[in-house]
Design a protein. Sequence first.
Length: 307
Amino acid sequence: MTRHFLRDDDITPAEQAEILDLAAQLKKDRWADKSLAGPQTVAVIFDKSSTRTRVSFAVGIADLGGSPLIISTASSQLGGKETPADTARVLERQVAAIVWRTYAQAGLEEMAEGTRVPVVNALSDDFHPCQLLADLLTIREHKGELKGLTLSFFGDGRSNMAHSYVLAGVTAGMHVRVASPEPYAPREDVIADADRIAAQTGGSVTLYTDPLESAAGADVVVTDTWVSMGKEEEKLARLRDLGAYKVTQEIMSLADPGALFIHCLPADRGYEVDAEVIDGPQSVIWDEAENRLHAQKALLVWLLRQV
């Protein structure tokens, strides 16, 4: 049965740990695995602009001995004359896997239902699971064990990043806090899914409206841009609504003294995070950005082993 990675809970806790272990191995020996030798081709499709995702997948596929086929939907039939399911049935005859950075989660689900090759969510409006693999790898490198750590997310709790932190965090047995105004709280169905996973792993999810309370004793402090792609018209309202949730030195001082700061980038210094935090000694954002490469390589290798 073909496995896909469309959201963070598409893998079990044991599978998540297995992928992270593999990522750590591939980071130590970057050229050790050639699962895409041939070279086999991986289609990497972009509806949205990208820097880290585009570079890390293209480089990672090449590292694995494959050939990345970068496709812009603006210059393809996908989303226009052709459905995701039909596109997938065309691609599966020629590629080893499909990676898609898009808007609607439903499109990814339709594509995965219609193909025999793995489909990877490289970002959707609802989830960003590849980023979370990189983030968990980074936290593990600096903190050792993930299980039992407290991670506090500040800002838009209904964002794709917050949803992925909730699901991936509890899958790893972490205690995830989300600090946001009530209208920006994570979706109830995502919280319900996370609670079911947490019951198995010992993790937890707690929602806060007070950012200072959420910061207390946290091992990892996280934020993301307040104005994601497709939300530009909401910028002024979001700056007003989320201003109290900026990650500042005060927030970091309330966290554990050894707390890490992470941000998936790109960052708006002075908005969701102060420059002295993101550029300070507790920030591990450059390790995090590099780890997109290693985590995604591990994910592709793992998925191809399941086919």
